[in-house]
Each structure stands twice: as structure tokens, then as C-alpha cells.
Design a protein around this ligand. Structure first.
Ligand SMILES: NC(=O)c1ccc[n+]([C@@H]2O[C@H](COP(=O)([O-])OP(=O)(O)OC[C@H]3O[C@@H](n4cnc5c(N)ncnc54)[C@H](OP(=O)(O)O)[C@@H]3O)[C@@H](O)[C@H]2O)c1
Length: 323
């Protein structure tokens, strides 16, 4: 029998319960995967708490990697025994799961299961944010909020490799050092000082071209104060709570700013888009642009502890759950 974490009501980490659960045989267009490693992501917390709408009961988890154990009718390009990784839909906190075959990505030899589960959702997000939401250029300057986090460590390294000037924020002296070692030219401890004031100093008063902010409520408005006139605010997460839509006039008074609120669901709507981003990520890992390190490991049975650590700002970089 296979085990999975099940959420039957929204709430804190304790609502996840490890239960026996047979995922069943794959239906048409589906595959069954025996997970070898599962990625922990903040979206898992939003779905567990009810901030993001999901139908109950459900198995959380949006990232993983493992071996295909069965394929359903009509699946042609994936076979039993293949090594695959995936991002979404939820259902990853399980020893075995079903997945639409179009969401599975065959893993090249140089990507092991832990690397895939540690890098795919975070790294493919970094990819679309740096290459598609805004095509970052070498002469540009960005601010990345929570630069020592899972997405942050990968994205700042990648942005630095593109030649951009990268400023980051982080919430402790240790995190500041970690972000500095992973691509940031300068890191601001935003628990100790105003990051907008420091960004103005660093940019000679001009402001940065783009702010990437996944902290959300606590930093949104001050992030706008970091931008140059007509700069872009990319608000892509809610670690501190969701951002209420502001009076749009604020964008005029702060310099005719642009704001976008992107999600992987739109950027990776098709299998072709998904696989293209994975290809770019795997190439960046293969050529050494990115160095994927697992910073924390928990047993699948201890998923609640992993959520407490992530929401409590106790983690850095990528975290895995191991079945
Ligand atoms: N839109 C998309 O397509 C997309 C895709 C993937 C991820 N995301 C978003 O990207 C963000 C990063 O995801 P992740 O999984 O890599 O998480 P993470 O960055 O590893 O963890 C979140 C970090 O946010 C900072 N933070 C600031 N205030 C916080 C608060 N009140 N509560 C908790 N954390 C706070 C903490 O760093 P400090 O201690 O340094 O402040 C914390 O470590 C999340 O908001 C996630 O939803 C969005």
C-alpha cells in the first residue's frame, strides 16, 4: 500500500495526515509515478491553508521526481521505467501518484531525482521571470526579495550569469551571506533597515529596472519605491500574505510604473512551454550556471514540520520531502 499526506480541511500544518492511499491505475492520458524525491514550495502552504482554492480532500505538493510505474491508454512518449520530474498539479506528497502524462518531463542523465525535485518548480519559475516576464539584459539592475529562499537562490545566480546587477534582501545575517555567495552584488537585511532607502543609495537615486517580490503584503508598497520611472514590479507570491489591489493612482505618483502578477499556470499552460523551460533549466544546471544544493531534507511523514520551518522563515534554498 502507498502512503500520502491528505488534507481534509484547510488550516495549519497539522491538518496534513499521513494515510494509506492507493493511487489506482492510470486513466487515459495519465501515468503513475513512484516518487523518489518531493519538492517543498510555498504554494503547498497556500493550498493547505486555503489561501489558494483547491477542492477537499486533496494531496498537497506541486513538484517531484521519480520512476514511471504504469502508463494509461494513449500515452505514447513515456514508458514504464522512465525517470521523470514534474511541476503541478498538486498530489506530490505521496509515495506514488497519478499525473497527466503531458506534465511529466523526462530527466536527462545529468539530473538526478533530488536535483530535479529541488530545482524544477523554483528554477523554471526563475526562468520565466528572467527570460519571459521581462527579458533581463546585462546593463539592467534588479532587486530580488527573499534572495536566500528557494526561488531566490536560483534566480539570483541566473540573473548574475546574465550579466545584470543583482541586489537582494534577506531576513538574517546568515541569509545575507548566503545570498551574497549566490549571485547578489549586495544584500540588504530588510529586518534591520529600509530596503528602499538602501536601493536608492546603491543606484545613485535612480532606482532599479525590475523588482521581483514574492514576499507580498509586507513589502509590496516599499518595493514600488525601489523602481526607476516606468520600471516593472513583478509581484509573484504572498509569503507574508496576499497583496490587496492598491489604488492604481499609486503607480502614477511613483513614476508611471508597471505591475504584473504572473503564475506558472499561465506561462506553462502547454506541454511545449513546460518542456522548453525544463530544457533551459537543465542546460543551465549542466553547464554550471546553476548549482542546485538541497539545504533541508524531511521525511514525507514529517511534512508538517517542513511547512512550519518554511512558514517560520527557518529554511534557506531548496527543501525536499523524502518518501
Ligand atoms: N508565481 C509563481 O509562478 C511562483 C512560482 C514559485 C514560487 N512562487 C512564490 O515565490 C516565493 C518563494 O517560494 P519558495 O518556495 O522558494 O519559498 P522561500 O523563498 O524559500 O521562502 C519564503 C521566504 O520569504 C521570506 N519571508 C518574508 N516574510 C515572510 C513571512 N511573513 N512569512 C514567511 N516567509 C517570509 C523568508 O525569507 P527571509 O527570512 O529572508 O525574509 C522566507 O524564507 C513564494 O511566495 C512562492 O509563492 C511563485
Amino acid at each position: 500500500m502507498s502512503r500520502a499526506q491528505i488534507v481534509r480541511r484547510h488550516g495549519g500544518p497539522e491538518v496534513m495526515q499521513l494515510e494509506d492511499r492507493d493511487p489506482g491505475a492510470p486513466g487515459p492520458g495519465q501515468i503513475r509515478i513512484a516518487n523518489k524525491a518531493i519538492g517543498l514550495n510555498f504554494v503547498d502552504c497556500y493550498e493547505r491553508s486555503g489561501l489558494y482554492k483547491v477542492e477537499l480532500p486533496f494531496v498537497p505538493g506541486n513538484e517531484g521526481a521519480g520512476v514511471v510505474t504504469a502508463v494509461g491508454e494513449g500515452v505514447e512518449d513515456i514508458r514504464v521505467g522512465d525517470r521523470v520530474g514534474y511541476i503541478g498539479p498538486s498530489g506530490a506528497y505521496a509515495e506514488e501518484r497519478l499525473l497527466p502524462a503531458g506534465r511529466a518531463i523526462p530527466l536527462p542523465d545529468h539530473i538526478d531525482f533530488e536535483t530535479a525535485a529541488a530545482a524544477m518548480l523554483k528554477g523554471m519559475t526563475a526562468y520565466y521571470l528572467l527570460f519571459e516576464t521581462w527579458k533581463l539584459k546585462p546593463e539592467e539592475t534588479i532587486l530580488w526579495q527573499a534572495a536566500a529562499g528557494g526561488v531566490g537562490l536560483i534566480a539570483c545566480r541566473w540573473a548574475r550569469a546574465l550579466g545584470a546587477t543583482v541586489y537582494g534582501t534577506a531576513g538574517s545575517p546568515e541569509k545575507v551571506e548566503l545570498a551574497r555567495a549566490n549571485g547578489c552584488h549586495e544584500v540588504i537585511n530588510y529586518r534591520e533597515q529600509s530596503f528602499a532607502k538602501r536601493v536608492r543609495e546603491l543606484t545613485g537615486g535612480r532606482g532599479v529596472d525590475v523588482v521581483y517580490d514574492s514576499v507580498g503584503q509586507a513589502t509590496f508598497e516599499e518595493s514600488l519605491d525601489c523602481l526607476r520611472p516606468r520600471g516593472l514590479m513583478v509581484s509573484f507570491g504572498n509569503a507574508s500574505g496576499p497583496v490587496a489591489v492598491p489604488n492604481l493612482g499609486i503607480l502614477a505618483t511613483k513614476g508611471s510604473l508597471y505591475v504584473t502578477r504572473p503564475t506558472t499556470k499561465t506561462y506553462f499552460a502547454s506541454t511545449a512551454e513546460l518542456r522548453h523551460a525544463a530544457k533551459m533549466l537543465f542546460a543551465a544546471i549542466g553547464d554550471g550556471t546553476l548549482d542546485i544544493v538541497v539545504h533541508q531534507r524531511f521525511r514525507l511523514a514529517d511534512a508538517a514540520d517542513a511547512h512550519r520551518a518554511l512558514e517560520g522563515r527557518q529554511t534557506t534554498g531548496s527543501t525536499l520531502l523524502l518518501p
